[in-house]
Ligand binder design. Structure first.
Ligand code: LLP
Length: 391
């Protein structure tokens, strides 16, 4: 499936993006949405904000979920209309809030009372009314990696259920905010739908309670988090969006109410691979190392979350013997290891390896540690191919 002949002469490591697969993924999402007119998907830019990718997202009509002024700007630059841009994050600065207000974004997902007060003040100064949703921490354990669980009371995200009434009441008393909705996000890389079913139940209960108090919300935003199959990217190149959306069909939406989603990984993970060249094969005492020219500066997920990305030898002939390798990078840290005991067709110096499912939280999390270069992007566009280093 990889156009290896096109890789000749390209400086490694680099990210290879299969735009055809991205388009198919976006079509799969839109097919589900076509049957659910009240549902809207805002792509979470944090997963990958390359310009060429945002153009595809904009063309598919998705909105944008942003967590910084930089992301708000990138979404608008890509042509995503401001009324489809939402802005979340626990630490929005004044400059970032002003940027959102100036551009008339759809919603600020507010994570605390002090933040709400600042938004109200700044909107007042600018003669505007800020649309706000309250990010609720529903205390649901998504049972995902502890670094990417966000919906339990142990972490910094959202307003605790016990404080939400107080914050909504405060907003009602403010002149420069307009209450739009409720926002939730319980974690990332969820493959079990049970936590989502629990979230849907919690939301139904909350909607009844708020309705009894005479408060209604135009939007309910359930965040993102749908996982992908890192073990079998070819078997499951497109996540089961239908199964995912179906869980949320249990939410009893009121007339005119919209259900919003913020998918990141599920949209872009599978269409990206990190392509790296083997610099040396080294025989240790008990282990064989494939030393590659990519490191955790290019793809930090294995080092940071003990994540595993499938690895393939693109150069070895199909009938080459399979052996076990520790695939490691050149960075002077022992966490710079992509996989231990990875089964690969016999690896030789100069071979190209693909680290699969790297389209999300790959290139965007790259750093220049050790003064390494940020990897370039190679887009495989149906009908043409071109190299860009847009980041
Ligand atoms: N909405 C909010 C409020 C979020 O915090 C996140 C992700 C998303 C949406 C998108 O989640 P997704 O659909 O992509 O799971 N770097 C980590 C993942 C961090 C996710 C942070 N928040 C990783 O590589 O696994």
């Amino acid at each position: 499936m990889f156009p290896i002949e096109d890789f000749t002469g390209v400086v490694t490591p680099f990210y290879y993006y299969d735009i055809k697969l991205l388009r198919e993924t976006l079509t799969a999402i839109n097919d589900c949405l076509a049957e659910r007119p009240a549902y809207r998907v805002h792509y979470a830019l944090k997963a990958n904000a390359n310009g060429a990718i945002l153009d595809e997202i904009a063309d598919a009509g998705l909105g944008a979920d942003c967590v910084s002024g930089g992301e708000v700007r990138a979404a608008l630059d890509a042509g995503i209309p401001a009324d489809k841009v939402v802005f979340a994050g626990v630490g929005k600065t004044e400059a970032e809030i002003r940027l959102g207000l100036e551009n008339g974004i759809a919603c600020f997902n507010v994570e605390s009372l002090p933040e709400l007060e600042v938004i109200n003040e700044l909107a007042g100064d600018m003669g505007k009314k800020a649309p706000v949703a309250f990010r609720v921490n529903p205390d649901i354990d998504a049972h995902t990696h502890k670094y990417i669980t966000t919906g339990t009371s142990e972490n910094k995200f959202g307003i605790p259920l016990t404080q939400i009434e107080e914050v909504v009441a405060a907003a009602q008393g403010m002149d420069n905010v307009e209450i739009k909705g409720l926002h939730f996000h319980i974690g990332s890389q969820l493959l079990d739908m049970t936590p989502y079913a629990m979230l849907a139940e919690t939301i139904n209960r909350m909607l009844d309670e708020w309705e009894a108090k005479g408060i209604s919300f135009k939007t309910i935003n359930v965040g993102g988090g749908l996982g992908i199959d890192y073990d079998d990217p070819d078997g499951h190149p497109i996540p089961d969006f239908e199964g995912y959306f179906k869980v949320f069909d249990a939410i009893k939406l009121r007339d005119g109410q919209e259900l919003h989603f913020e998918l990141g990984r599920a949209v872009v993970a599978q269409f990206g691979s990190l392509i790296t060249r083997v610099t040396y094969v080294k025989q240790g005492v008990n282990r064989k190392f494939a030393i590659v020219d990519a490191g955790f500066t290019d793809l930090i997920r294995p080092a940071l979350y003990q994540a595993h990305h499938n690895i393939e030898n693109l150069t070895a002939p199909a009938d080459a013997p399979v052996e076990k390798y520790d695939v490691v990078g050149p960075i002077c840290e022992s966490t710079d290891c992509f996989a231990r005991d990875e089964k690969l067709r016999e690896v030789k110096r100069g071979d190209l390896l693909a680290l699969r499912s790297a389209g999300a939280y790959g290139q965007i999390m790259a750093s220049r540690y050790n003064l390494r270069e940020i990897p370039a992007s190679f887009y495989d566009l149906p009908g043409e191919s071109k190299l860009t280093s847009k980041i």
